[in-house]
Design a binder for this molecule. Sequence first.
Ligand code: NAD
Ligand code: UDP
Ligand code: UDP
Length: 336
Amino acid sequence: YTSTKPPPPPSPLRSAKFFQANMRILVTGGAGFIGSHLVDKLMENEKNEVIVADNYFTGSKDNLRKWIGHPRFELIRHDVTEPLLVEVDQIYHLACPASPIFYKYNPVKTTKTNVIGTLNMLGLAKRVGARILLTSTSEVYGDPLVHPQDESYWGNVNPIGVRSCYDEGKRVAETLMFDYHRQHGIEIRIARIFNTYGPRMNIDDGRVVSNFIAQAIRGEPLTVQAPGTQTRSFCYVSDMVDGLIRLMEGENTGPINVGNPGEFTMLELAKTVKELINPDVEIIMVENTPDDPRQRKPDITKAKEVLGWEPKIKLRDGLPLMEDDFRARLQVPRKN
Ligand code: NAD
Ligand code: UDP
Ligand code: UDP
């Protein structure tokens, strides 16, 4: 028979236990490259419920397709420059375009995303008592005069250049994080992320690793921007996600550098990609963009000590994993 009586409400004890056991986590920018890998990792834990808020500027639903419809997952089209009302325990705040061609496309919007977006997420953290992690960047060190960069270095940043919307935007975001911490007692975590690469990067996003791999697969020349002696340090995305989760779960506010200290010139990177992916392609020198940092390498002493973290995947092992993903998306199989 069918009862017309409504079911009894869950006992307060049971629902309290349910809420204690489950961790509700907001990931802003979760449809992007690093964010979607972070979501994959968080969803592995059955006690986690994950909410992604993303405006799809550089991210896509496709990166999250395996979670859409999952009972512990929710996806919201939302721009972080607008207020957001959700009830969560933790916030991973990643929303912000990371590739220079995208963050320079609408620089005023990039500053708004960093400043107003971070302010809104801090207001949210304050209202609900959540812990919040900001993905800051090695770009806060600008064109560094100290090498390698440790967290005590204040940086050498041009405040009025074409990269400033991103660099200075992230610097203000860090300031807001620490002022909400000091003024309102918010639990904060700041990661200074160094160049990260791996599957799901936008094929045409203009960053150096994705450019070189796509060029090598398509048989096009690898475009090294002059002088080619500038250096970067590249971290594989699974190592990055591991570092971010350790930082969130640990006791230290940061800022903490999260990156791979292996340092390469862009010419060395091009030669490695050529050797591993397509020995037939040419390497050509093209014009660079303004304010390009000449060197960048993280000092990860603090991450090792405080988080017990260091990257495991070497560039030579990570590049072929990314190649597999790019070949599948470009539909160019490996020749044997
Ligand atoms: P990404 O561009 O792939 O991801 C950023 C995500 O944020 C995208 O899904 C995009 O749609 C979303 N987004 C952008 N503006 C938004 C807005 N106003 N409202 C809501 N969503 C918005 O970049 P990524 O490489 O995954 O970077 C993630 C974070 O890590 C960024 O904060 C970036 O600054 C930081 N970071 C990345 C690197 C790197 O090498 N990838 C280096 C340093 C710092
Ligand atoms: N905010 C939000 N979600 C919340 C609470 C606040 O997006 O759940 C936004 C709010 O709209 C404000 C910002 O966060 O623009 C800062 O909030 P806070 O309460 O710290 O400052 P105030 O509202 O007093 O400016
Ligand atoms: N770069 C390059 N060829 C490219 C794209 C970038 O040589 O096709 C260089 C660029 O000049 C810079 C480095 O690679 O020195 C890293 O650039 P990217 O845009 O990937 O990241 P970021 O400058 O933010 O570190």
